[in-house]
Design a protein around this ligand. Structure first.
Ligand SMILES: O=C(O)CCC(=O)C(=O)O
Ligand SMILES: [Fe+2]
Length: 282
């Protein structure tokens, strides 16, 4: 019997439009990104949203905080290129941490649905915390196809095409705070995020001339950009990052001869207001 031309297309011939990748980021990486966000997040682009974009970090003297994003962006780009069989170069168009506070939601849309967003080809959303544990609501829903919904779990990533094959919405967050790392990828090098970041960095942190030439640690952004106040809490992000990297401080009040080695446990916070003498010790 001959097969008729009206046979329904098999799913095997259709291009895949989305993929959920469980456990893409480690719990430690999720926490590190949350830390960056808590330190540098600003009022977001939509109501009930707080965001930390990479250009914002680069432009506010926090260029060192870009480092954890570098390998993640590369791994995500590889995952997108491989799953969507891209035989063309992809550029990261935008990278940002977003917290969705109580009341935040987004209605049905595709991610390239505005004239100024047409360059977006693919989306990657990494979940940094978990539905049910850290927040309620906030489920990602797709209009068609599978998976039809994504319940955020810390470390999971969903990648999808930014066009109208992926019309989606996010249910309102009804409790807690939902935290994501969102990236968009473009084929158009004119929208590549990297040159913008390098431009900011060359204007700010790397060419920054400290008033005190003995200080080698970048200045934090202005105090009102942090979730904690250095004045009130004594907590300084510069110190925290140096400690995460496994360094302790060698301090001096007036020159090399009086160097004192200070163990990390001995409140190096106080030392941060003073110039550092000698090298940091690992
Ligand atoms: O956070 C999500 O799950 C999706 C976010 C989204 O749709 C967007 O930012 O355009
Ligand atoms: Fe979206």
């Amino acid at each position: 019997m001959a097969t008729t031309a009206t046979s329904p297309p098999t799913t095997a011939t259709e291009d895949p439009v989305r993929l959920l990748i469980p456990g893409f980021l480690s719990p430690e990486t999720c926490k590190e990104l949350e830390f960056v966000h808590r330190s540098c997040g600003t009022a977001g682009y939509r109501p009930s949203v707080v965001s930390t974009s990479l250009p914002h970090l680069a432009a506010t003297g926090c260029g060192h905080l870009l480092l954890p994003f570098v390998p993640i962006r590369e791994r995500l780009r590889d995952a997108v290129e491989s799953f969507f069989s891209c035989h063309f170069e992809l550029f990261v168009e935008f990278t940002g941490l977003v917290s969705w506070c109580k009341g935040a939601s987004i209605g049905w849309h595709s991610d390239d649905n505005k004239p100024y967003l047409r360059q977006r080809a693919f989306t990657a959303v990494c979940y940094l915390n978990s539905h049910g544990k850290d927040f309620k609501g906030g489920i990602l829903q797709f209009q068609d196809g599978k998976p039809s919904a994504v319940v955020p779990v810390a470390g999971d990533v969903v990648i999808y095409t930014a066009d109208n094959r992926n019309v989606h919405c996010v249910d309102e967050v009804t409790e807690g705070e939902r935290l994501t790392l969102t990236l968009w990828f473009t084929r158009d090098s004119a929208y590549d995020e990297d040159p913008k970041l390098l431009n900011f960095l060359s204007q700010t942190s790397w060419s920054y001339e400290p008033a005190d030439q003995n200080s080698y640690i970048p200045l934090p952004a202005s105090d009102n950009m942090y979730w904690f106040s250095y004045e009130q809490s004594g907590f300084d992000i510069r110190c925290a990052r140096v400690h995460i990297l496994g360094f302790s401080f060698r301090a001096s009040s007036d020159g090399e001869s009086n160097n004192t080695s200070v163990a990390p446990a001995e409140d190096p916070i106080e030392l941060l207001g003073k110039p550092l003498g000698g090298e940091m010790m690992s």
